[in-house]
Design a protein around this ligand. Sequence first.
Ligand SMILES: [Zn+2]
Length: 139
Amino acid sequence: MTISEKVAYLKGLAEGLNLDTEKSKEGKLISVMIGILEEVGLSIEDLEENAQALGEEIDVLSDDLADVESVVFEDEEEDEDEAEDYDDDWFEVECPTCEEPLIIDDKALADGFIQCPNCQSKFSLDLSDDTVEADEGEE
Ligand SMILES: [Zn+2]
């Protein structure tokens, strides 16, 4: 039973008593009390409906936010990965021929070799065990 239904039941009981709500002070008191209970019951039902509607809206917003989070944080992770990859893959070795610093970057790794900008010697990059071995080219 809802509060309104209980109040309606109470109202029926009071009416069954045939209280004089005009001349009897007790009857008037009970009549006013039941009137207040009716208003309270309706107010609470409105509040419950609003609360339920808000809860459903929050659920929808929460789902939407989860979608946004998955997109935003996925992108962030990718950016971090790219930055880390760049940091990891960017390092410097000394040219064994002329001691010029050689930048080993993503492009050099992709090409599989690096050419010394100073003496033009080419070195192949062995990627098999994550280390770079600089072998002097035979060109
Ligand atoms: Zn060199």
